[in-house]
Design a protein around this ligand. Structure first.
Ligand code: ZN
Ligand code: ZN
Length: 61
């Protein structure tokens, strides 16, 4: 969902580990757009991890 490729579907979980792929540039929680996936990852780490205590951003790729 939160990327521009309509063939992709990305699960935005609120607990467990969330994987943000390189193609994802829109926050799945607040819909804020970002220039790069790593900005989005940083945003989720800074903002949404506090709202969802059981959520962890997967540091893959
Ligand atoms: Zn995608
Ligand atoms: Zn957000």
């Amino acid at each position: 969902m939160p990327c521009t490729n309509e063939n992709h579907s990305h699960a935005w979980v609120t607990e467990g580990s969330l994987t943000i792929e390189r193609c994802e540039k829109i926050c799945g929680f607040c819909k804020a757009p970002f220039k790069h996936a790593w900005f989005l990852r940083r945003h989720v780490n800074n903002v949404h991890v506090k709202q969802y205590p059981n959520l962890k951003v997967d540091e893959g790729w």
